[in-house]
Design a protein around this ligand. Structure first.
Ligand SMILES: *[C@@H]1O[C@H](CO)[C@@H](O)[C@H](O)[C@H]1NC(C)=O
Ligand SMILES: *[C@@H]1O[C@H](CO)[C@@H](O)[C@H](O)[C@H]1NC(C)=O
Ligand SMILES: *[C@@H]1O[C@H](CO)[C@@H](O)[C@H](O)[C@H]1NC(C)=O
Ligand SMILES: *[C@@H]1O[C@H](CO)[C@@H](O)[C@H](O)[C@H]1NC(C)=O
Ligand SMILES: *[C@@H]1O[C@H](CO)[C@@H](O)[C@H](O)[C@H]1NC(C)=O
Length: 310
């Protein structure tokens, strides 16, 4: 336990010493309180430096957990004490040390809101958002900011909710648009305001049933569209190849098989030569020729037209 006065004296002396003769090789430290539980101090990694800290009226403690960046120490997380007491930090490279004091009372960074859920009230057409503020944070000390985006539009609506509120209703939402929500916290003025907002919560999405169907259809057409196009293109290619192949075959046929001679000329000559006696030049046996002769005669029927009598 080092008395405050002697600590201050050492601190003052070191500050003077450092400003006089040291270069800036020992980096600057910045600190904030994490969720009223821990303090997070960070610096630029230069080499492995030793970190110790002291709260006002407290004792000097060595860093319990270093944070590493690449291969070198770049921060320290240690338990938070009284938020309103001044924090002193000492960073040392073995021969030189740098001491800084920090007012961290306005630098409280809460954890992002937990278990953000969105519920649809079909009877009112409203969307109901809710989240959890968990121990050790008291809800009445926490104010909230809500932001949402509709469809593809940018994030909008920084709706500030007063401390203690853990739900929000968005009235009359569009029945065709998809909504995304995110929420963040800050320690409120009622409990000693903090300048830092928490990180945004995880994003939750809500889609009306109609939009869900539409997007499903869209996804379906998105899926079938390319296949349809590929199918059509291949069909056209296949057809073109077939036509080309057929043309090619026709040409081959023409080359390989000479065009069949026209038989009519020869037949006409024959016809004239034999004076129309086809049986004469087609050598057929006499029996067969006889078979062609009609061996029966039809009795002629006399048909008379009955003239109408007046
Ligand atoms: C510590 O830092 C000081 C100031 O930059 C430097 O002169 C000294 O050599 C360093 N010592 C070690 C051990 O790195
Ligand atoms: C500590 O602060 C640094 C720098 O802001 C950040 O990268 C890191 O995530 C913080 N760690 C914790 C545990 O909050
Ligand atoms: C850091 O502290 C440890 C243990 O107290 C010591 O062995 C080491 O040399 C120190 N390193 C620097 C860079 O001061
Ligand atoms: C919050 O969510 C976690 C996991 O997502 C779950 O284990 C926990 O029970 C939830 N808390 C409440 C109060 O719903
Ligand atoms: C919907 O809103 C009405 C009016 O605010 C309320 O009475 C009802 O409980 C809500 N229903 C659901 C499922 O939240």
């Amino acid at each position: 336990m080092i008395p405050l006065k002697s600590f201050s004296a050492v601190l003052g002396a070191l500050v003077i010493f450092c400003t006089r003769c040291c270069s800036n090789s020992i980096p600057d430290i910045s600190c904030y309180i994490v969720n009223l539980e821990n303090v997070n101090c960070s610096w630029n990694c230069v080499e492995n430096l030793n970190f110790s800290y002291k709260f006002e009226n407290g004792k000097i403690s060595y860093c319990p957990t270093y944070k590493y960046m690449d291969v070198c120490r770049a921060g320290c997380i240690f338990p938070s004490e009284n938020r309103y007491s001044t924090l002193s930090t000492i960073l040392s490279n073995g021969t030189t040390q740098r001491i800084q004091t920090h007012n961290i009372q306005y630098a409280v960074k809460l954890n992002p809101p937990q278990n953000l859920t969105v519920l649809w009230n079909s009877s009112t057409g409203d969307l109901h958002l809710q989240w959890i503020i968990s121990w050790p944070i008291v809800p009445r000390c926490v104010e909230t900011e809500i932001s949402y985006r509709m469809g593809e539009r940018p994030w909008q609506g920084s709706n500030r909710l007063p401390a203690g509120v853990t739900s929000y209703t968005l009235a009359k939402v569009s029945q065709t648009k998809r909504y995304l929500f995110r929420v963040r916290h800050r320690y409120s003025t009622t409990c000693g305001e903090s300048k830092l907002w928490s990180d945004w919560s995880e994003i939750v999405a809500w889609r009306p049933i109609k939009a869900r169907q539409e997007t499903d259809e869209q996804r379906f057409s998105n899926q079938t569209g390319p296949y349809l196009a590929i199918g059509l293109v291949s069909l056209v290619i296949i057809l073109a190849v077939m036509v080309r192949f057929l043309l090619e075959c026709e040409r081959i046929k023409v080359i390989l098989v000479p065009v069949a001679p026209d038989p009519t000329k020869k037949l006409n000559d024959l016809f004239h030569e034999y004076g129309g006696n086809v049986e004469g030049w087609v050598r057929i046996s006499p029996q067969l020729r006889d078979a062609f002769d009609p061996d029966y005669t039809e009795t002629t029927c006399e048909v008379t037209e009955i003239k109408p009598t007046v």
